[in-house]
Design a protein around this ligand. Structure first.
Ligand SMILES: CC(C)(COP(=O)(O)OP(=O)(O)OC[C@H]1O[C@@H](n2cnc3c(N)ncnc32)[C@H](O)[C@@H]1OP(=O)(O)O)[C@@H](O)C(=O)NCCC(=O)NCCS
Length: 147
């Protein structure tokens, strides 16, 4: 299992965009990542070998997972868990009390990952995601209270 996670507030936006596109098919542009980080309080977590990434915002006592993905050929080897653990660890160190995220209601794999790490369902946002085919998907908002 790849264990090393690089944590940075000034990532290579082109690299993030490349990983994101490979994880999600239709990913965010380098410019979109640049704008995300220009808003400050954003932290990137990059798995060794650029096998996956996560971005979270840490604002005082609250944090939010903005995105999380692992390359298709690197999945089911613990990298997603390591990325979640790294975000939780960084957030704890910064005094965060609650961490939030949104996940598609049909994304059973991601929901299982978050369940495993102690997140629970807080609410549902109707038609939050719009897919390329024009269909909509609700988002589940999950939260975890940190020790
Ligand atoms: C969700 C994702 C990040 C998981 O990454 P991963 O590296 O495969 O996850 P891990 O190997 O660390 O697995 C951790 C847990 O996730 C769940 N999980 C992972 N793959 C699974 C699968 N195919 N089916 C069911 N549960 C699965 C399990 O609970 C697993 O724990 P276990 O190994 O003890 O059973 C990855 O599948 C991915 O990038 N998906 C596409 C992008 C995405 O949906 N991102 C989330 C957006 S909110």
């Amino acid at each position: 299992m790849l264990a090393f996670i690089e944590i940075t507030t000034s990532p290579d936006f082109a690299m993030l965009s490349n990983i994101h596109r490979r994880c999600f098919g239709q990913g965010w542009s380098a410019q979109a990542f640049e704008e995300l980080f220009a808003g400050r309080a954003a932290w990137a977590f990059i798995a060794e070998g650029a096998a996956g990434l996560a971005v979270c915002r840490i604002l005082s006592e609250e944090a939010e997972i903005i995105t999380l993905g692992v390359l298709p050929n690197c999945r089911q080897s613990g990298i997603g868990s390591r990325l979640v653990e790294a975000m939780l660890e960084e957030a704890r160190q910064q005094g965060v009390r609650k961490m939030f995220l949104e996940v598609g209601e049909h994304n059973a794999v991601a929901k299982a990952l978050y369940d495993k790490h102690g997140f629970s369902v807080l609410s549902q946002r109707r038609h939050y995601y719009r897919h390329p085919d024009g269909s909509y998907e609700d988002a589940i908002v999950m939260q975890k209270t940190l020790d």
